[in-house]
Design a protein around this ligand. Structure first.
Ligand code: NAD
Length: 338
């Protein structure tokens, strides 16, 4: 019997890439005791709600979930289930590793892990309009909430992550030159924590605008990055762009009570049901999950198989310039497992 884990196949291409990932995990000897649940559009269809109680109860019990992409209706309809899950389980750290896997890309040797604070900052949801005279919406105010506790937990997570993964350096990205209070608190909290890791990890800091430029000019100077919510949101897509887009990007949402692992991409409605989706991002998310539960051996085994399949260039899915189906790609990954 393996580790208990909630499995949410998700919507659109979700079920296809989930089955592919399960087959690869099984071939690599990673056994989980899966508890299948629904959410998103599948939740509405089967249980009448995008976030069924059974799904939440399952995550509460297993504290671990692998999640396919979930559909969020634009405009009217239910709120993003992804945001709701983040809030329900207080998933404070969003982890987005980016490595260049596809050969011949714009950059080589990129291996960056971006850790974004996931619950506070400008995305804390503290917004209101201000009435002036007859105009009820004459101004709008959004509060960028930064707390010492919130900063400490995500920055400490970043440092611990760096140590656990044999990384060399943590870069704290901020805008404390202008936002002296909120960004200043995040920065000074980071400086204090960095002292505890002196001798184990190098530490530096960059102002967000300079960091964005340096990431494009010389991304190899970055290793682990930790930053606040809005900056992290933008930089994580920038970093995915350096290594060829969202199709290969895994993500993890980490909290004290649960951790949820997912592909960064969405449900790909344009190719859903065609059996041609690339399962790599979800499979790599499963690797992050294996690392999270301490199974580095199988995480490396699966990651190596995915990377060598892609570098081999023979069985690539359409998004990577090939013609392979999800099944053919999956079989090739399984054949590469050593
Ligand atoms: P998307 O990521 O689903 O698709 C963007 C493009 O990338 C499409 O052309 C798609 O075919 C392609 N693509 C994405 N994943 C792929 C894969 N694994 N293999 C091959 N091609 C792939 O983004 P979108 O179209 O903006 O969003 C569609 C839906 O997904 C929306 O309902 C959105 O709310 C949802 N979404 C969910 C999540 C999540 O659950 N984490 C994240 C982003 C978007």
């Amino acid at each position: 019997m393996g580790t208990a884990c909630t499995l949410i196949p998700g919507d659109g291409i979700g079920p296809d890439i989930t089955e592919a990932t399960l087959a690869i995990l099984e071939a690599a000897g990673a056994t989980f005791d899966w508890d299948r649940q629904v959410a998103g559009a599948a939740g509405v269809q089967e249980k009448g709600t995008p976030m069924p109680d059974e799904t939440l109860a399952s995550i509460r019990r297993t504290r671990l979930a692998l999640k396919g992409p979930l559909e969020t209706p634009v405009g009217d309809g239910y709120r993003s289930v992804n945001v709701a899950l983040r809030q329900t389980f207080d998933l404070y750290a969003n982890v987005r590793p980016a490595r260049d896997i596809v050969p011949g890309g714009r950059y080589e040797g990129i291996d960056i892990v971006l850790i974004r604070e996931n619950t506070e900052g400008l995305y804390a949801g503290l917004e209101h309009y201000i009435r002036v005279g007859d105009d009820p919406q004459a101004a709008a105010e959004s509060i960028a909430l930064v707390t010492r506790v919130g900063s400490e937990r995500v920055i400490r997570y970043a440092f611990d992550y760096a140590v656990r993964h044999g990384r060399q350096k943590v870069t704290l990205v901020h805008k404390a030159n202008i936002l002296k209070f909120s960004q200043g608190l995040f920065r000074s909290t980071g400086q204090k924590i960095a002292k505890e890791y002196e001798g184990k990890l190098a530490f530096d800091e960059r102002i967000i605008d300079a960091a964005a430029m340096q990431l494009v000019i010389d991304p190899n100077r970055f290793d682990v990055i930790v930053t606040t919510n809005l900056f992290g949101d933008i930089l994580s897509d920038l970093v995915s762009g350096l290594v060829g887009g969202l199709g290969l990007a895994p993500g993890a949402n980490i909290g004290r009570e649960a951790a949820i692992f997912e592909a960064v991409h969405g449900t790909a409605p344009d190719i859903a049901g065609q059996g041609i989706a690339n399962p790599s991002a979800l499979t790599l998310a499963a690797c992050l999950m294996l690392e999270h539960i301490g199974d580095r051996f199988r995480a490396d085994r699966v990651r190596r198989a995915v990377e060598s399949t892609i570098r081999g260039g023979k069985s690539l899915t359409r998004d990577l310039g090939g013609t392979a189906t999800t099944k053919e790609f999956t079989d090739a990954v399984i054949a590469h497992i050593t």
